[in-house]
Design a protein around this ligand. Structure first.
Ligand SMILES: NC(=O)c1ccc[n+]([C@@H]2O[C@H](COP(=O)([O-])OP(=O)(O)OC[C@H]3O[C@@H](n4cnc5c(N)ncnc54)[C@H](O)[C@@H]3O)[C@@H](O)[C@H]2O)c1
Length: 250
């Protein structure tokens, strides 16, 4: 039963990660949702369990290797070997490049790039043993076209795309595919925070510049994850699957 495959979603308590968690849970997968937001984990985890889903919700900071390792030990024990990983957790903030301190830069890289390294590397033993695995990273349009006042974010996300491509080649012969989805504009709390801070245009304004003139939804991104995680996508690896309404066509 392919629906038995255990899924890990980082940043699974909000926005895109929550949409991905909900879709895999609805399809019958055991899902581990990892996030730093304890309240949201508790609330969303309980809501999914009430619908019959097999959910493990755990507070994890993806930039801390020991927290990932500890969470994976619990996942292996309670849900089983990890088969599908969606490295989605991330932060975003608009800061002019000249104001990006070493600390701000480091935090961005620690969470948005090194967090993906930890999330993926620690899951690989299960996939190598099974000779089957699906790794999906969530990168960003910002790495494809650049984003003013988001140099640190763009750089970290560019690293995610490079990491994804390298891992695709390294693990292709082991039955493990590695792909990335770079969203452009998705209506989530992250987008709301950028709009409130004045560092991101209102969604109705930016929608006028999207060929399919609406913001993306977490469900749009989740549908692409479901495809990339499927057996039908076994010949798809190292790809940048832009689910973005045509906002960036590369
Ligand atoms: N929303 C967009 O328009 C958009 C566009 C491009 C890329 N993305 C990317 O999509 C991903 C999801 O973003 P979203 O829009 O759903 O944002 P969101 O803020 O709604 O969700 C991100 C989640 O990641 C969690 N998180 C943050 N730091 C963490 C850490 N150190 N460890 C564990 N969890 C952590 C947050 O608590 C939150 O639940 C991010 O990687 C983001 O960069 C989003």
């Amino acid at each position: 039963m392919t629906e038995d495959r255990v899924v890990v979603v980082t940043g699974g308590a909000s926005g895109i990660g929550l949409g991905i968690t909900q879709l895999f849970a609805r399809k019958g997968h055991p899902v581990a949702m990892l996030d730093v937001q304890e309240d949201a984990l508790e609330r969303e985890g309980a809501a999914l369990r009430a619908q019959g889903a097999n959910i493990l919700a755990r507070k994890v900071d993806v930039s801390k290797r020991e927290e990932i390792e500890a969470a994976y030990a619990v996942i292996r024990n309670q849900l089983g070997k990890i088969a599908i990983v969606v490295a989605n957790a991330g932060i975003s903030e608009g800061i002019p490049f000249q104001d990006v301190s070493v600390e701000i830069w480091q935090r961005m890289v620690d969470i948005n790039l090194t967090g993906v390294f930890h999330t993926v590397q620690a899951s690989l033993p299960d996939m190598l043993e099974a000779k089957w695995g699906r790794i999906i990273t969530i990168s960003s349009h910002a790495a494809q076209s650049g984003a003013a006042d988001r140099a640190h974010y763009s750089a970290a996300k560019g690293g995610v795309i490079g990491l994804t491509r390298a891992l695709a080649r390294e693990f292709a012969a082991h039955g493990i595919t590695v792909n990335t989805i770079p969203p452009s504009v998705v209506a989530t709390p992250m987008a709301d925070q950028g709009i409130a801070a004045g560092t991101f245009p209102p969604l109705d304004v930016i929608s006028q510049h999207i060929p399919i003139p609406r913001p993306g939804t977490p469900e749009d991104i989740a549908a692409a994850c479901e495809y990339l995680a499927s057996d039908g996508a076994s010949y798809v690896t190292g790809q940048v699957l832009a689910v973005n309404g045509g906002m960036f066509i590369g």
